[in-house]
Design a protein around this ligand. Structure first.
Ligand code: NGQ
Ligand code: ZN
Length: 452
């Protein structure tokens, strides 16, 4: 069925920027693109259009603890002390809470220009560790939040079984995450059922980390179809523990045993050697970078300059959702490189290339690959009609053109104007159409949760 057409003053197409672009959508996909076109009566209009970005890695529930872990503890605050706080927070969450929090997170993602989320979903069971009557109860809630907000969902049900390398038994704080392989098969089936009502959902698999799975379990999980996402080499301690256990570093261990190809998304991969990095790039795996969370948790800095120069695929994710902002993820990705290398325009590939343009197109293509929805570096016929526009009238975009619009969006605070998902406008003038009821439900959930 044809939807109302969209008309933009400017639009990013795969081969560059075009003016006066009219886009038709049918059944959620772009069916025609005409440049140099006049708007027609009834067309929705916007300023500068580009495809929405995929958010390749999120734990939606963590949005509710954003800002609550910035208090200095007794000593040595770290990723691991943060994780203890996160485990305490997770202990009480109900399915209603999870749905309310996820909807709020998804609203904020859409408002920042993310149009699809890879939800790395591991909070499966009740507080005592027993599955809900429907083992996919929490997946149903994530799907409901996606439906409420309109965001595209790539659901990545997580397999989690151990607390450390070599199959160590899970810790009490992890009991809500844990499944046997048999349980996981049921959970995976239930996850597919949970998203069946969404028009373009994708289901992949997510072995949580090499800390949480054995080789045997990883083989079984990776044998299931769809994108494979795994946390890897995020913390130095994780690398050290992996070496103590196996003699190899995490990425190396994985690459020696699995064909880590374009099906795989290596989330963080912060601490890699040159050899590991080159192998990632040449086999086509996506580096799932989450610069805001990686900064917040004190992870370290991924060697993005060298990796991109080697042609490595990457995308960005909002991970802990401590702050949800697609442009800020890209900005911080570049700024981490600038700060450590004491240089500018590090991730642009060649003289004359815009850094923002390189980052935006790279995150579109690599992110799309990771979430199982291949994506061109611009709006293209056949692609889902997931579109973000920026307002030409805003000062941040004044007297600019082409990739300088993306640079102004990413580095200079240029805001989002509208967002369409499958051709339907879900964000108008920077605000999600369901922001009020979603936020009201979120506030009520948090009042209950933190008052409990
Ligand atoms: C998670 N988050 O699963 O939420 C993890 C922390 C872990 C990040 N790695 C827990 N950023 O890795 O064990
Ligand atoms: Zn994560």
């Amino acid at each position: 069925m044809a939807d109302p057409a969209l008309w933009f003053e400017h639009a990013l197409l795969p081969d560059g920027w075009a003016e006066r672009v009219r886009i038709e959508t049918a059944s959620g996909a772009i069916s025609a693109i005409a440049a140099g076109a006049d708007p027609q009566a009834g067309d929705a209009r916007g300023g500068i259009a580009a495809p929405g970005l995929p958010n390749l890695h999120s734990h939606a529930f963590q949005r509710a603890m954003a800002g609550l872990t910035e208090l200095r503890g007794p000593e040595g605050d770290s990723f691991w002390t943060w994780r203890e706080l996160m485990y305490r927070f997770v202990a009480d969450l109900t399915p209603d809470d999870v749905e309310a929090i996820a909807a709020q997170a998804f609203v904020e993602m859409l408002e920042s220009g993310f149009t699809r989320v890879g939800e790395f979903h591991y909070l499966h069971h009740g507080p005592d560790g027993r599955p809900y009557a429907d083992i996919g109860e929490m997946a149903v809630r994530i799907a409901a939040a996606a439906e409420t907000t309109g965001i595209g969902l790539t659901l990545l049900p997580v397999f989690y079984a151990h607390s450390g390398f070599g199959g160590a038994p899970p810790a009490p704080g992890q009991r809500r995450f844990v499944n046997s392989l048999e349980g996981y098969a049921r959970l995976h089936e239930a996850s597919q059922a949970a998203v069946a009502g969404l028009p373009d959902a994708v289901v992949g698999v997510a072995p949580h980390s090499l800390r949480a799975v054995t080789e045997h379990e990883l083989r079984a999980v990776a044998a299931i179809a769809g994108p494979v996402h795994i946390h890897i080499a995020e913390q130095v301690k994780e690398v050290d523990d992996c070496r103590a256990w196996s003699g190899a570093r995490p990425v190396e261990w994985l690459q020696d045993r699995f064909a880590v190809d374009d099906r795989w998304c290596l989330v963080h991969a912060t601490h890699v050697t040159e050899g590991e990095r080159c192998r990632m790039a040449s086999r086509g795996a996506v580096a799932g970078l989450c610069p805001i969370t990686e900064a917040n948790l004190g992870d370290g800095v991924f060697p993005a300059a060298r990796y991109l120069a080697e042609g490595g695929a990457f995308g960005v994710g909002s991970d802990s959702n401590v702050r949800i902002d697609a442009a800020e993820e890209l900005r911080l990705l570049e700024y981490g490189q600038r700060l450590t290398r004491r240089a500018r325009n590090v991730l642009a590939g060649r003289e004359g290339e815009s850094t923002g343009g390189r980052l935006y197109r790279g995150a579109l293509v690599g992110g799309g690959q990771a979430v199982g929805v291949p994506q061109a570096p611009g709006l293209a016929v056949g692609a889902t009609s997931d579109i973000v526009s920026f307002p030409t009238g805003h000062e941040a975009f004044a007297a600019r053109s082409g990739d300088a619009w993306l640079d102004s969006r990413i580095f200079a605070g240029g805001p989002v104007e509208h967002v369409w998902r499958r051709g339907v406008r879900v964000v108008e003038d920077g605000r999600h159409v369901a922001r009020e009821p979603v936020a009201a439900r979120y506030r009520a959930a948090l009042a209950g949760l933190l008052g409990r």
